[in-house]
Design a protein around this ligand. Structure first.
Ligand code: 9QG
Length: 155
């Protein structure tokens, strides 16, 4: 518990990248993770993973890999299961990230999908392929700086 945050997980401020940390209490429908960041000038890519543990050998399953690719102007979404990538999901509206710019993304867990909003606008949905109940770890890597990560149960 963190005084002033209603028993929720304390915000993570200015984490070192690569970041890997526990999502306390895991995910439930209504839970939101808000990530404020800055895309490093010249960035090729970065990613935000919702993972089932932190293992690297073998690699933990990734329920959602959210991967902005700056040169292509596309955000690839995928799932890693048993160390193998599944099918990429690529369609989305206007690319909301830019080198040298701040962004805010919100990942909302729903019973059947994750919803991701960027800069206050709905961006993509990602249907669960791995049960969201298995997710307990947030990992962020690539050419990005993170100012804050906030956790909100939605209750
Ligand atoms: O490239 O695509 C997402 O489908 C792969 C990338 C991989 C993912 C994946 O190499 O990159 O973005 O975690 C990874 O392995 C990252 C760094 C077909």
């Amino acid at each position: 518990a963190y005084p002033g945050f209603g028993g929720m997980q304390a915000p993570v401020v200015n984490p070192h990248i690569p970041y890997i940390g526990e999502i306390q209490g895991g995910l439930q429908p209504g839970k939101m993770i808000t990530i404020q960041g800055f895309v490093i000038p010249g960035a090729d890519r970065f990613h935000v993973n919702l993972q089932c543990g932190a293992s690297t050998q073998p690699r933990a399953d990734i329920a959602m890999h959210f991967n902005p690719r700056l040169m292509a102007g596309v955000v690839v979404r995928n799932c890693l299961q048993n160390q193998a990538w599944g099918a990429e999901e690529k369609p989305h509206g206007p690319f909301p990230f830019a080198m040298g710019q701040n962004f805010e993304m919100i990942i909302l867990t729903e019973p059947d999908k994750f919803k991701v909003a960027v800069n206050g606008q709905h961006f993509i949905e990602f249907r669960h392929r791995i049960p969201f109940q298995r997710v307990n770890t947030l990992a962020i890597d690539g050419k990005v700086q993170i100012q804050a990560i906030r956790f909100d149960s939605g209750l």
